[in-house]
Design a protein. Structure first.
Lengths: 118, 112
């Protein structure tokens, strides 16, 4: 009954390859995110989608392309993988409460995808 | 991008000791969140704070939303081995429904 699930958990590939990571949430949330966690464990936001619409797009190489077929799914496709892409990638989702109340952006995370580029 | 100042970076403690860590910012936040990340897992929410001055507990964990809205602390009392991990603070800026600003994490290690 995993709330935010990512596949695969581990991904080992060669430089120059293209790969995809999938994310699905069953929490009924409207908003999904991709984060990159480097070896120093810092969490860096990459993208965010709200109801299939891109709302956050940080400075990320255009080799990274998110795709949201519906609000429960946010996939990440990476072209021409480089050594520096090796990291743990986390998917998260949230349902900010608004409409007259302070929006509370509680984000729920998947278990991560460990990408190693050789 | 913007980052919160989280300290300490790491802590070596004896089992049974109390632990304290904090986050500060030059900007105000509407919400402060504390997460814990176990090895091989994603961050999990521990405590959420919504109001300046708010003090909230979750078992042995206590967190406070600073009165200036620019800082927060997390205390763990009587630490146990399963407390090891990385603790992250995150703040939600005013006017942003979707953005969180993250600290760099505090790694908690329990001395054998």
């Amino acid at each position: 009954d995993t709330a935010v699930s990512q596949t695969p958990k581990y991904l080992v590939t060669q430089m120059g390859n293209d790969k995809s990571i999938k994310c699905e949430q069953n929490l009924g949330h409207d908003t999904m995110y991709w984060y990159k966690q480097d070896s120093k464990k810092f969490l860096k936001i990459m993208f965010s989608y709200n109801n299939k619409e891109l709302i956050i797009n940080e400075t990320v190489p255009n080799r990274f392309s998110p795709k949201s077929p519906d609000k429960a799914h946010l996939n990440l496709h990476i072209n021409s993988l480089e050594l520096g892409d090796s990291a743990v990638y986390f998917c998260a989702s949230s349902h900010p409460v608004s409409g007259g109340r302070l929006a509370k952006n509680i984000q729920y995370f998947g278990a991560g995808t460990r990408l190693s580029v050789l | 991008g913007q980052q919160l100042n989280q300290s300490p970076q790491s802590m070596f403690i004896q089992e049974g000791e109390d632990v304290s860590m904090n986050c500060t910012s030059s900007s105000i936040f509407n919400t402060w969140l504390w997460y814990k990340q176990d090895p091989g897992e994603g961050p999990v929410l521990l405590i959420a704070l919504y109001k300046a001055g708010e003090l909230t507990s979750n078992g042995r964990l206590t967190a406070q939303f600073g009165i200036t809205r620019k800082d927060s602390f997390l205390n763990i009392s009587a630490s146990i081995p399963s407390d090891v991990g990385i603790y992250f603070c995150a703040g939600q800026p005013p006017g942003s429904n979707y953005q969180l600003i993250w600290g760099a994490g505090t790694k908690l290690i329990i001395k054998p």
